[in-house]
Design a protein around this ligand. Sequence first.
Ligand SMILES: [Fe+2]
Length: 529
Amino acid sequence: MSKTVDAHWYDLFERRGSRRDFLRVGASAAGLVALGALPGCAGGRALRFTTYPFALGVASGDPTPDGVVLWARLAVMSVREAGFGTDPVQVRWEVSEDDRFSRIVRSGSAEGRPELGHSVHVEVEGLRPGREYFYRMIAGGEVSPVGRTKTTPDPMSEPDRIDFAFLSCQHFEQGYHTGLRHLSEESLDLIVHLGDYIYEGAAAEGRPRRHEGTEECLTLEQYRARYATYRGDVNLQAAHAAAPWVVSPDDHEVDNNWAGVHPEDDQSPEAFLLRRAAAFQAYYEFMPLRRSSMPVGPDMQIYRRLGFGRLLDINVLDTRQYRSDQPCEDTVGPTCAQHVEPGRTLLGASQRAWLFDGLGESRAQWNALAQQVLVAHLRGRNREGDEIWSMDKWDGYPVEREAVLDVLGDSGAANPVVLTGDIHSSWVTRLLRDFDDERSEAVGTEFVCTSISSGGDGQAMTAWGEDAVRENAHVDFYDGRRGYVVASVTPERWTSTYRVVPVVEEPNGPVETLARFVVESGRAGAERL
Ligand SMILES: [Fe+2]
């Protein structure tokens, strides 16, 4: 695709609407008319679109053994041009066992309300566990692209294998979403997005692509426009259409390095909470989330748990909403008194209790924590030789980290594995019970995925990576390029395959396997294959 087209995605989808080269459009609208399957209308008026309403694609998410969330958001201008800008729109949905929709097993109608940007979140029930399904939406005679999804296995079952990918940090301007295209071609049960789905900053010159927005996002309209730009990317659409997603935001969905009620920017807590409410609403409108995650004002329930039979539990964490402000002025710098104050938290009391209780009760063979910021301590020094800490990461919250590591070691939950994003580079670490003693017990394994596009092409080794590997014996791997990780989990072992996309500043870069790391059940720490 050309840079010219990229620059105008917001115009195409949020302002004018456009029919694009969709993946697999199902049955024709004419066929549906013949079957009498067209959805209804609002206020007695027939709904007819002049521009394609499903230009943002489809998505599914948060699977359970018997269901999944189906998502679509009608293009704003398509709805306005149809005269339904302030009215609800009925959207028909269909779930089929095959991608030709000859074996439809569930169907119904959902309401896309203007207050939620004409998004629909359908919580389908009554599906069979561990099964692949296909879905599509229909409104005003227009049929959406077809998505593939999958339910999770029966809770009492013992699956042979689960394959899922995790990824983070997809800055639109800093690179192409080529990695998402490659990701869409992997055979996956699930895709886990660890945050920085959008970046909130103003458009900038001199980057591979340009998005809308001359100011940093603050209002609902600005955040909506930013998501529309991202969702206009056909590679992102392909990844959403390929498998169910489980999402958890990091900081850039709202504001760089925000913490609880504290923004990075110069805003009062009240102004920031209004901004947080706008950012969360836009996030919900664009994500395949359950109603349990629908924001109420500035609050959104993000932490949740997914089970894959007896094989795997994934604890999805929220490391922004409940955290204490970063200590010591949120720098990468020397410690200060505030740094080690007891009571400072990254998880918040409720989420921490929920996590610790869940780990204590888990019967899963593998227990994953899907979260945002690096858990492992990274020992480093500044030019003056003082020890420095990155205060936005778990290194800024050492007292609570110690409690988490103790629970990973002592809760009885088998095989803890932490999945991390945020730092735009690939890492493998051993989570030591005491990071001051490199010979102390490893209580878990941490796999850090790099960014999809944030940071541009990058390079395999950087000065930061060299220092980190040299100074920290528990760091087993570093790479500074773009990509994602595919995890293949069996009862005996967890294999993390690091996939690298060396070129993202130009479109259509290839994907390569960079490295494979294996954790054997019963022994924390990964070995490179
Ligand atoms: Fe990021």
